[in-house]
Write a new protein. Structure first.
Length: 565
């Protein structure tokens, strides 16, 4: 695994190639890129890297970047996916201006270009089924076999292709194929399919087209139609580049330069759309925006800031070698972004009651705590204080080790923004023997956390006044999978076998009352615990639901984990 990409800063190889083209006057010095998603699923963190790269290169060279949906497969594509993609791109901070396009915008142009190839004898109508075409294709070591329909006359091919367009033939009965070379060592050049018959309703064009272009035909021609100069794509399209070049050269149209870069995988994650769709459809997660998903909508709901995601994309870099990036780097970038701007509050995730025996019964007072430890411009909030408090159960040990600086029998600690307290006695459950309540005393002269006599304490713990606490739902999200590579499974196994059973723990816990007023989407820090986001979907006014965004440090060890206070 890697933490930093091969070329994570400065001018990576794609930047250098574009700069060379500009210096040589290629494309008259223009730089025009595009981000071309298929609207058949929600975008994930891998797409974020491509978005940042395509829009970033256009910005770096004073050029333009289009958003184009390659919507050539109506069976799997929906307007919902397209809308979600646009929301994700805007969230990342990019704008395509008036350059929103769809491959379906070009269906008529693509059809006319295909007719040109038919007239030139470069494409033919084939009656083989898809399975038969696959059987004729050959292997990497054996050439393919030509279709028995390959030598149809130009006139017959024109009539048949026009009949396909007119809806004269049943679905799947015919295809249009390019006439290239069945003996080519590149399987993509072995007479690839350009059009298939399908009466599936398209989310934009309705029922007006009974034929649809294949991705390999529509993609390169759409780039050409839009005047794209640099088609930046991932490495799996490297073997497709000769096909794109062949189409464009035969047609004599504008020829973009294709540049490939390697995908970056993420540990403890799957990013295959097929796998993500299965997680959603089989109910292993609560939808595409489940905060455990690597989708951008899931990350947004979890409270990930767009700036942290963009920093991660910058850090992993651009290279030609496929690598797996440790998810801890992503979490580090999220923490860095939130550190300087997330407001601080106190919440107790695993509470145990503290009774301060020498504090007057029925009395209460207001203490003050800053909303940020280093930036006073954020102001402060009021912290009600009373005789009974909640602290973390992990902040007390009956038999503490030498370097445990929190509460133990006879030990003194500082309550954050409050007083020094000393543990005097414990109350235990008579059945289990577990400690359920602590009896303590406080030093009234230590208000604000300072002792007049100058004595020091090493431990500072957070707390919430029991009388004033608000109980809220908190969802402790963790890694969805329990192993670094969930797709590494034995024969007959499934990536689903590696789902982490502790990827979501729901608790109800006391928090300071100021948290009731937070708006949906707000990201704050529970002091000493981690960063949390007010859930956008399930929160209600006065009743926030908190999603754990990220812990304060990488404390995951194969289970639900959490910040060890």
């Amino acid at each position: 695994m890697e933490s930093i990409g091969e070329q994570s800063t400065g001018h990576h190889f794609i930047h250098q190639r574009i700069a060379e083209d500009c210096a040589a006057g290629r494309y008259e010095g223009r730089v025009h890129t595009r981000f071309p998603p298929e609207p058949n699923g929600y975008l994930h963190i891998g797409h974020a890297a491509s978005i940042c790269l395509n829009f970033g290169m256009a910005e770096a060279f004073g050029g333009l970047c289009n958003l184009r949906f390659d919507d050539t497969n109506p069976i799997r594509e929906t307007s919902e996916y397209a809308e979600s993609i646009m929301e994700d791109i805007r969230w990342l901070g990019f704008d395509w201006g008036d350059r929103l396009f769809y491959a379906s915008d070009y269906f008529e142009q693509l059809y006319q270009l295909a007719l040109e190839l038919v007239r030139a004898g470069k494409a033919f109508v084939c009656d083989l089924s898809i399975d038969e075409i696959r059987a004729h294709r050959g292997t990497l070591t054996e050439p393919g076999r030509e279709s028995p329909y390959r030598d149809r006359s130009i006139e017959e091919n024109l009539a048949l292709f026009q009949g396909m367009r007119a809806g004269d033939f049943p679905d799947g009965s015919k295809v249009l194929r390019a006439r290239i070379d069945m003996g080519s060592p590149n399987l993509n050049l072995r007479d690839p399919v350009m059009y298939r018959i399908s009466r599936a309703r398209h989310h934009r064009t309705g029922d007006s087209w009974p034929i649809y272009p294949m991705y390999d035909w529509a993609h390169g021609q759409s780039d050409s139609i839009e005047g794209i100069t640099h088609s930046i794509c991932t490495m799996e399209f490297e073997d497709h580049r000769p096909l794109y070049d062949w189409f464009i050269e035969q047609l004599g149209i504008h020829h973009p330069r294709q540049i490939e870069f390697a995908r970056r995988n993420l540990s403890y994650t799957v990013m295959s759309k097929r796998h993500l769709l299965r997680l959603v459809e089989e109910g292993h997660v609560a939808g595409w925006d489940d905060p455990r998903m690597p989708t951008l909508s899931g990350m947004r709901r979890r409270g990930y800031p767009s700036g942290g995601v963009r920093e991660f994309c910058e850090r992993i870099g651009v290279g030609r070698r496929e690598n797996t990036v440790d998810i801890s780097l992503l979490e580090h970038c999220i923490r860095q972004d939130l550190e300087g701007r997330a407001l601080r509050y106190m919440g107790v995730l695993n509470p145990i009651k503290v009774v301060i025996e020498n504090y007057p019964e029925g009395a209460e007072e207001e203490l003050e705590g800053p909303l940020h430890p280093t930036d006073s411009s954020f102001g402060s909030r009021v912290l009600p204080f009373s005789r009974e408090l909640y602290i973390e159960a992990t902040d007390f040990m009956e038999d503490p080790p030498r370097k445990f600086f929190r509460l133990g029998p006879g030990r003194e600690v500082r309550l954050r923004y409050g007083y020094f307290i000393t543990s005097k006695d414990v109350v235990k459950d008579p059945d289990t023997g577990a400690v359920v309540e602590l009896r303590c005393t406080y030093d009234p002269d230590t208000r604000g956390g300072q002792a007049p006599d100058g004595r020091k304490v090493k431990g500072t713990i957070h707390w919430v006044s029991a009388r004033h606490a608000q109980t809220v739902e908190v969802r402790l999200y963790d890694r969805l999978f329990s192993v670094s590579d969930p797709t590494d499974v034995p024969e007959g196994g499934s990536f689903l076998d590696h789902i982490n059973p502790d990827s979501l723990t729901v608790i109800h816990c006391p928090v300071e009352p100021a948290l009731r007023t937070l708006e949906a989407g707000a990201v704050i820090q529970f002091e000493r615990q981690g960063y949390f986001c007010v859930d956008r979907e399930d929160s209600r006014p006065g009743a926030p639901v908190f999603n754990r965004t990220v812990t304060l440090r990488d404390s995951w060890k194969g289970g639900a984990g959490g910040e060890k206070a």
